[in-house]
Design a protein around this ligand. Structure first.
Ligand code: ZN
Length: 233
């Protein structure tokens, strides 16, 4: 007797309006986008793994709220895989294959009960202070790498201004440092004030920024428990 894939049944129960064909693994997405763009699936796989990375912290379909969006997920994919010209299109195809549409952060946030979210400090207060503090601590010559990191963490609130800082819950959680690491790459030497280099670890700096904003790093499931589990259509 042929056995079903081990995960098929539990996943199908999460969203009954989606068929099994919607439950695609990164490899299947990669085969599909590579076929459509006439490429090798191995060149697309990392983009799909990026879009689905939050699944590792929330193994049901609610993880899609984090990066299955044109203005956050596809935007960050384009930054993370800037050497791949089609990265944004590949990400958008992935999102459409999963959801049959390419929603923005605002559409996801309509499914969030923002009153239940952890209390974040205002990003206009935290950002400048934490960038200054981290840059001084590390003796950075140039603050711009930390500004870029803060800009990434607060991209959701710029994509969905009607929700204010609450939208940043999508990045300011346990998966945020993982995303930062994928967008900015491994720790790397940057110029030190007064000469020489200092190694900047974007995952670590990201963790510090989230702690400064929320006093701790909320687990992704703590955030996604505030969502109603439905998907934009
Ligand atoms: Zn997906």
């Amino acid at each position: 007797m042929q056995r079903l894939p081990f995960c098929a049944t539990p996943l199908l129960t999460v969203h009954s309006h989606h068929s099994a064909s919607n439950l695609m693994q990164p490899y299947i997405h990669a085969k599909e986008t590579a076929r459509r763009l006439g490429a090798d699936w191995r060149d697309h796989l990392a983009v799909h793994e990026f879009i689905d990375v939050a699944k590792h912290a929330c193994p049901d379909l609610r993880h899609r709220a984090v990066l299955h969006s044109h203005d956050l997920g596809a935007e960050l994919a384009a930054r993370a895989f800037h050497q791949l010209a089609e990265a944004r299109d590949i990400a958008l195809m992935h999102i459409r294959q999963d959801l049959r549409c390419t929603p923005g952060v605002a559409e996801w946030m309509t499914h969030c009960d923002t009153d239940k979210l952890p209390r974040y400090k205002p990003s206009s207060v935290v950002g400048p202070a934490v960038i200054e503090q981290a840059a001084n601590h590390l003796q950075l010559e140039d603050h711009s790498p930390l500004q870029d990191l803060w800009s990434m963490l607060t991209l959701p609130s710029r994509a969905a201004p009607a929700f204010g800082d609450a939208a940043n819950c999508l990045t300011m959680n346990g998966i945020g440092p993982v995303i930062a690491r994928m967008v900015f790459g491994p720790p790397r030497p940057v110029p030190r004030r007064g000469g020489g280099d200092v190694v900047l670890d974007f995952g670590w700096a990201c963790e510090g920024m989230i702690v400064a904003s929320a006093r701790h790093v909320p687990a992704l499931t703590r955030i996604l428990d505030c969502f109603d589990g439905k998907e934009p259509r």
